[in-house]
Write a protein that binds this ligand. Structure first.
Ligand code: NAD
Ligand code: ZN
Length: 386
């Protein structure tokens, strides 16, 4: 457990019914004159963009839209978008989308300068400086990217995804409006929901866990473990969706004070090399890695059970409680019909050694893991999910 810890927070988080209506007031109060609005084609196709557009227009702010952001962009694509953004100029960023859009906008916000590039930040994130305020509006529930200081980009030549972490990328304003996740396709809702689950459980069981992160991680777990299936599978389950949106945000806040562990570390090469969506690769690894970690975090998993299992019959032994939690993780992935094997996702058996070597490079997260992961362990874990 960390003994010194800090929680990073946006200046304001707006949540609840029709929370999007706050956008107009935010832009007006900030005195914005020209906004850069980041989104993607999927958000537009889902018919969500007018919600943002109308609110921006109501604020009588000049604006332009950057919408050609691919899912899980690589660093050079992000640099290209940031260059266009810098040329066009703006005094406020509004980003509405999943983690890919939010991370791109966060990076653009610190790249509105010629002093350094995104590749420079991959080498030395401490160079990042905030250049303008940002309003982040997530449409998945989700990465928690709306509140984290992290931005994740693929690095093509390393076939890996890498995180850039800087307080300069913490949002100024966040809007959580459940209308934006109402019609999320079940496949995307499932993968992004399990990502939020992974954030909470990794932050709670990791070496960096501390009282501030525990608060958000445990509450997030309670919300997710008891709402995720209905929220993902029933388009009308607005209360459950709202809970997932909040839980995803809590997962992000937990990350700011703690950090993810081996699930995310081993998932990065799967995204980088095979372009498996972030939530899917985490879902494949979630239960196996937590089971591998169990001997080192049994009491913490037992506390997850105590807090989140609301069945009348109570288990008593810590090992029974931790087994319940791990079985519940497996059940969620199964019920949400997320693939559970790497072969199904196009990973050839012959690549395991390379994958394990790439996973071991993600020491930024592996050092948080409650149990040491050796190269042999990494190979075994990938083998187990092949
Ligand atoms: N910064 C962080 O702290 C953090 C944390 C976790 C993950 N990430 C990163 O976030 C990215 C993944 O983000 P994501 O999982 O939110 O998915 P995403 O942003 O990549 O979106 C996936 C697809 O879903 C579509 N989509 C999004 N919202 C929709 C909606 N409401 N309705 C219909 N379609 C919708 C998008 O258009 C896109 O095609 C990855 O790059 C991952 O590494 C960042
Ligand atoms: Zn994640």
């Amino acid at each position: 457990m960390l003994t010194t810890y800090s929680l990073k927070m946006p200046r304001a988080v707006y949540s609840g019914e029709n929370a999007m209506e706050n956008l107009t007031a935010i832009l007006r109060a900030a005195g914005a004159k020209r906004a850069a609005v980041f989104t993607d084609k999927g958000i537009k196709a889902a018919g969500l963009f007018p919600l943002v557009q109308n609110a921006v227009e109501d604020a009588r702010v000049d604006y332009y839209v950057l919408d050609d952001i691919p899912p899980e962009p690589d660093c050079d694509t992000v640099q290209g978008l940031a260059d266009r953004f810098r040329e066009a100029g703006a005094d406020m960023i509004v980003a509405c989308g999943g983690g890919s859009v939010l991370d791109t906008a966060k990076l653009a916000g610190v790249l509105a300068t010629r002093d350094y590039t995104v590749r420079d930040l991959l080498e030395d994130p401490s160079r990042a400086r905030k250049r303008l305020p940002a309003v982040l509006i997530p449409t998945t529930a989700g990465t928690g990217a709306e509140v984290t200081p992290n931005a994740i980009v693929a690095v093509p030549e390393k076939a890996l995804k890498a995180g850039i972490v800087s307080d300069a990328m913490v949002a100024d304003y966040v809007i959580l409006d459940a209308r934006l996740i109402k019609d999320l396709p079940p496949r995307i809702a499932a993968a992004t929901g399990v990502d939020a689950l992974a954030h909470c459980i990794e932050c709670y069981t990791g070496n960096k866990a501390n009282p501030l992160s525990d608060l958000y991680a445990l509450e997030g777990l309670d919300l997710i473990l008891n709402n995720i299936e209905k929220a993902c599978l029933d388009p009308e389950a607005m209360a459950e969706k709202e809970r997932m949106q909040l839980a995803a945000c809590y997962g992000g806040l937990a990350i700011t004070a703690s950090g993810t562990t081996a699930v995310h570390a081993l998932s990065y090469p799967l995204g980088g090399r095979y372009h498996i969506p972030h939530g899917v690769s985490n879902a494949v690894l979630l239960a196996p890695v937590i089971r591998f970690n169990e001997p080192a975090c049994r009491d913490r998993l037992a506390r997850v059970y105590d807090r989140c299992c609301h069945e009348e019959e109570r288990l008593r032994a810590p090992e029974e409680k931790s087994a319940w939690v791990i079985a519940r993780l497996e059940e969620i992935v199964r019920r949400l019909k997320i693939p559970t094997s790497l072969r199904e996702l196009g990973v050839p058996a012959g690549d395991l050694d390379r994958l394990a070597a790439a996973g071991m490079e993600v020491q930024r997260l592996l050092v948080n893991n409650p149990r040491e992961v050796t190269l042999e362990d990494a190979k075994k874990l990938y083998q187990e999910v092949l």
